[in-house]
Ligand binder design. Structure first.
Ligand SMILES: Nc1ncnc2c1ncn2[C@@H]1O[C@H](COP(=O)(O)OP(=O)(O)OP(=O)(O)O)[C@@H](O)[C@H]1O
Ligand SMILES: [Mg+2]
Length: 351
């Protein structure tokens, strides 16, 4: 069913996206490293899981979001996530049976000592598998050089790696594939970049989804939802799910989505400590126009918070772009997620 809230895993629940699916499959067949990028709720995790299940390959899914509360990720934290992922697949016990530092038994798989050596031994045992690291940019906050580890896997382990992230700029700041001084430099990779559904596809998604739910909806309701949620498949799913159960109108669901998006953005901005105020004001100024030019943003922020040096503003804008909260266009900056834009305007107070 299209409106199930979890990331999709089964091709029968997966709407269209034929092209990214085909591209992903061929990227994985051809290369060692695949990067799946796209803003929040564009369907990255669903694409990866559905494609890997369809291809019938053995994969390990590591969700770096499980570490989002950890300030400095240690090898111990990462091995915790790895252990968890290994215990969710049926083949891990066989593969890790005689690996040093790993215990296998009725309880599942356990790392006896959570050290770098155990990690390397385990990675070598994953030869022939696919290792997925979702929201990989979160691994930047670590004393462990995960970029080095990825380069190590690339060069010495016969496994394929898929990395994905919704904060695309931060993901590339982490991978540094274009930086000659970085461990991953020069390693070929293929990027699959997800975008939004065009209006016709959004309409089709909603119509087919409601028909699966056996719920009759009129054209006006679909039109409204298509225009409010602007092709973000995660929001369309959220709308379909909510309306199917509670009959809430698109505007009401959109308000809830906006509150949720504002809350998520606010927690992303918490990493900036006392500078958060400035980030919030920058976002507010951008949200209040279609495309905000530099001078407009500067004026808007200074009107509320006093003078802001140009390099500080430049830095804030760069961080916001890299976090996927804003985009830079020819005519200026904009908030691409319609729900976030509305959330910043109406639900961002009291931070
Ligand atoms: N092709 C698809 N067909 C049906 N539903 C989908 C599809 N892609 C995504 N969804 C739904 O949209 C929502 C968001 O999908 P998913 O979690 O895969 O996106 P994401 O890009 O990984 O999001 P996030 O950035 O929040 O991790 C989920 O409810 C999922 O079920
Ligand atoms: Mg995801």
């Amino acid at each position: 069913m299209y409106f199930d809230a979890e990331p999709k895993r089964d091709i029968r629940d997966f709407f269209d996206m034929e092209e990214p699916l085909r591209n992903f499959e061929s990227a994985l067949n051809k290369g060692k490293l695949v990067v799946v990028s796209g803003l929040r709720r564009y369907g990255k995790t669903s694409l990866i899981l559905t494609a890997l299940n369809k291809m019938n390959v053995q994969y390990l899914f590591l969700d770096a979001r499980l570490l989002s509360a950890v300030t400095m990720i240690s090898i111990n934290d990462f091995l915790g996530v790895l252990e968890d992922a290994l215990n969710r697949v049926s083949w891990s016990k066989t593969v890790l049976k005689s690996v040093e530092g790993v215990e296998v038994g009725g309880f599942g798989v356990r790392f006896r000592n959570r050290s770098r050596e155990t990690l390397l031994h385990t990675l070598h045992a994953l030869s022939g598998k696919v290792i997925v690291i979702d929201e990989a940019q979160l691994l930047r906050r670590s004393s462990v050089r995960f970029d080095q580890l990825l380069a190590y896997i690339y060069d010495h382990v016969d496994a394929k790696v898929v990395v994905s992230g919704s904060q695309v700029g931060l993901l590339y700041r982490f991978l540094r594939v274009g930086d000659p001084d970085a461990p991953l430099f020069g390693r070929p990779y293929i990027e699959i970049r997800l975008g939004r559904l065009p209006p016709e596809k959004s309409r089709q998604f909603l119509l087919e989804g409601f028909s699966q739910e056996r719920i009759h909806v009129d054209d006006a309701l679909i039109d409204k939802a298509v225009s409010l949620f602007d092709g973000v498949i995660g929001w369309l799913t959220y709308f379909g799910f909510t309306h199917s159960r509670s009959k809430e109108q698109p505007e009401d669901v959109f308000r809830k989505a906006s509150q949720l998006a504002a809350k998520e953005a606010s927690s992303i901005l918490n990493t900036y400590g006392i500078a958060k105020r400035r980030y919030v004001e920058v976002l507010r100024t951008i949200a209040s126009s279609d495309q905000a030019r530099w001078s407009e943003i500067k004026r808007g922020v200074e009107a509320r918070l006093g003078r802001i040096p140009n390099n500080t503003l430049a830095n804030i804008l760069r961080n916001l772009v890299d976090s996927g909260l804003i985009e830079r266009h020819q005519a200026g900056y904009a908030i691409p997620d319609p729900a976030l834009k509305n959330g910043v305007l109406h639900h961002f107070s009291g931070l």
